[in-house]
Structures are given as C-alpha cells and as structure tokens.
Write a protein that binds this ligand. Structure first.
Ligand code: P6P
Length: 355
C-alpha cells in the first residue's frame, strides 16, 4: 500500500480482510489506541502551556513519582477502551491492580496491557517519550478477569506496538504479520503509512545502555560493551536517551542494541516485562531482531506478576547473538581458550568476538 496516502484505518481494514479469521475486534482496539495517541500527543506537544507538566505529588504502585502527564495518559487510554465491548480487562504501569471494565459496559475477549507514558521523567525537558501496548486474548472463562489472565508469554500476543511522541508522532504496531509504521499528519489528524514492512538491520553500530551503572554489571556485560567499542569491523557508538521507546525506535530503524541488564539498584533489571519489554520484543522479532533477558528469549518468558521487572537486551540479531556468547562463554572460559591459543593479551581475548 502506498506511503503517505494510506491511512491507518484503511491499512487495518485491508490487513483484516487478508485473514479470514480476523474478527476485526482487535482492529477496533488498535483504532482506539491510535485515537488516544492523538489526544496524548496533542497535550504532550503543548504540555509547557497547560498545567500538566511536573509531578502530581503522588506516587504510583512502585513508589515512583507520578508525572501529571503519566496519570493523564493512563486515564485517557482507559476511557478510550473501557466502553468498546472488545476488552475484558486492562493492566497499566500506573495502576497496581487489574483494571476491570465497569458494569455499565459490555466486556470483550481481549486484554490490553500498557505503559501509558514511558520515559515520563523526560517530559519536562522536551525529550521524546512514548506509549507502549500489548493485546492478548483472555484465558479464563470466569466472569471477571484474574491476574492469571495477564500472566501470558509474549508468544501469546495477538498485537503489540508503541507510539513515539517525538519530532513527529508515530504509531508502530504488529499483529504478527510484520511491523508497519504510521506518521501523524497533524494537518488532517490522520496517521499515514510512512514506514511499511519495517526491518531491523541484522547488525548496527549503536549500543544503548546507561553506563553509569556499569560498576555493578556482570564482568561479561562490561566485556561485551568493551568488545562493541573496539569491534574490529566497525566502530560502535553509544546513544542513550533514557527513554525506552525513543532508544528502541532509533535502533529499530538503524540497527544496534539496547540493554538494561541487572545492576545493584535493580537486581531483577529495571524495565517491566509485561507491558514494556514483551510488547517491544514482539515488534523486534517481527522486524527481524530479537530480545533476551540474557538467558531466555523474552517471548518465552511468563510474567510472575503484573509489574515484574526483567533484565533486557533487545535489538539486531548480531548484537544479541554476541551478547549471548559473552554470557554463555563467560570471561573465564574465554581467557582459558585464548591462553591455550597463545593470544598475546587478555585484552585481545576479551575483545575479539568469536562469532
Ligand atoms: P535510567 C524511563 O524512566 C525508563 O522507564 C525507560 O523509558 C528508560 O529506558 C529507562 O527508564 C531509563 O532508566 O535508569 O537509565 O534513567
């Protein structure tokens, strides 16, 4: 379909027609998420002019300061979906418990998990932020959703995506048939197809990590970053915005790797498995990349709680495979291997990838 003139609505309809099994129910959900993205984007873009900057003075269920825009976006997403009759229940970073559909509205068969405004600490300094969402089918036959409904692996996702509020507002999603990106044309208020069939390059030249945490990373992770910095074939550069959606989106387009491994402050990793990493892992895989927690494929992980944190390494296949090699091989084994082969220095041993 043609770039620049295909609206998201038309694209969703034509995608739905391709798959006879597509009920169109989650198409309605995707359309509503795109609608609320326009509302959030409108207010993010003028946040400096209306009183929704700064903190609410309250904290969310994780004890994190809630930004006014966080709570605003959270409320808007719920209002956009709760009356549709397509959603069974929701889970949000901003709400400790499951969000049930009010009695007055019909329930549907889909579960929506979302981070309404990721990277919110960047709002006041005008750095790109984003909304992340995932859609599952409900599992239980019970009248009311339970936590068990939400504790599903990424491979069960029927759709996932994100909105990035940056130099332009983009809606990027997958339903398991590739990844497509739409850019908002504010003059007509429509998301238009701008990035059809997005593919993550097999390798990149960018690594994204908060290196101020490196003193408490495993030595294999330090060695991995050092290897990328000194990679013989190409020079990697560091790009880290501190806004997951923005860092992920850049690496999706240009290739490379984003990592937030476990560290002293976050021994389980900082980022949320259910509504941040699993939806992005689905996008990464559908675009030809992959995502791991260091040991396992993210798409195989079953969350143990709504707000479980996870270490994450997500991006191009080469950089992920290299990471897994460092973790699997371990530095000790690598030292031994190079010691036997008489390599000159340990530095070379650590840096020289065996891939
Ligand atoms: P740090 C933003 O607060 C966020 O949740 C992600 O968007 C981002 O990738 C990460 O945390 C940044 O964390 O510890 O580097 O500031």
């Amino acid at each position: 379909m043609q770039k620049g003139v295909t609206t998201l609505g038309r694209f969703l309809l034509e995608e739905q027609r391709k798959y006879s099994y597509a009920s169109g129910e989650f198409t309605a959900i995707l359309e509503q998420i795109a609608f609320v993205a326009k509302v959030i984007g409108r207010d993010v873009n003028k946040a400096g002019l209306i009183n929704i900057l700064g903190q609410t003075g309250s904290t969310n269920s994780h004890g994190e300061e809630q930004q006014k825009l966080d709570v605003y976006a959270h409320t808007k997403v719920i209002q956009a979906l709760d009356h549709l009759g397509k959603v069974f229940a929701m889970a949000s970073e901003e709400e400790k418990e499951i969000i049930h559909i009010p009695e007055k509205f019909p329930k549907g068969k889909y579960l929506v998990v979302f981070d309404p405004l990721d990277g919110s600490s960047n709002i006041d300094v005008n750095i790109s932020i984003g909304t992340i969402f995932g859609i599952f089918k409900k599992k239980s036959e019970s009248e009311a959703a339970t936590i068990q409904d939400f504790l599903q692996p990424g491979k069960n996702l029927v759709a996932s995506g994100y909105v990035i509020y940056g130099s332009s507002t983009m809606f990027v999603y997958t339903t398991g048939n590739g990844v497509n990106g739409f850019t908002l044309d504010p003059s007509i208020g429509e998301f238009l197809l701008s990035h059809p069939a997005m593919k993550m390059p097999e390798y990149g030249q960018i690594y994204s990590a908060n290196e101020s945490n490196s003193s408490s990373w495993k030595e294999e992770v330090v060695a991995y970053i050092d290897c990328l910095r000194n990679y013989p074939e190409r020079k990697y550069t560091s790009r880290y915005i501190g806004s997951l959606v923005a860092d992920f989106h850049r690496n999706l387009l240009k290739g490379g790797v984003f990592l937030y491994p476990e560290d002293k402050q976050y021994p389980q990793g900082k980022l949320r498995l259910l509504y941040e990493i699993i939806p992005l892992a689905f996008i990464a895989e559908q675009a030809g990349g992959s995502a791991t927690d260091g040991e396992n494929n993210i798409m195989d992980l079953v969350p143990k709680s709504l707000h479980e944190r996870t270490p994450v390494v997500i991006g191009s296949t080469f950089e992920i495979a290299l990471y897994q090699q460092f973790i699997k091989e371990g530095i000790r084994k690598r030292k031994k291997k190079f010691a036997k082969s008489g390599k000159s220095t340990l530095e070379k041993a650590i840096r020289e990838p065996v891939i």
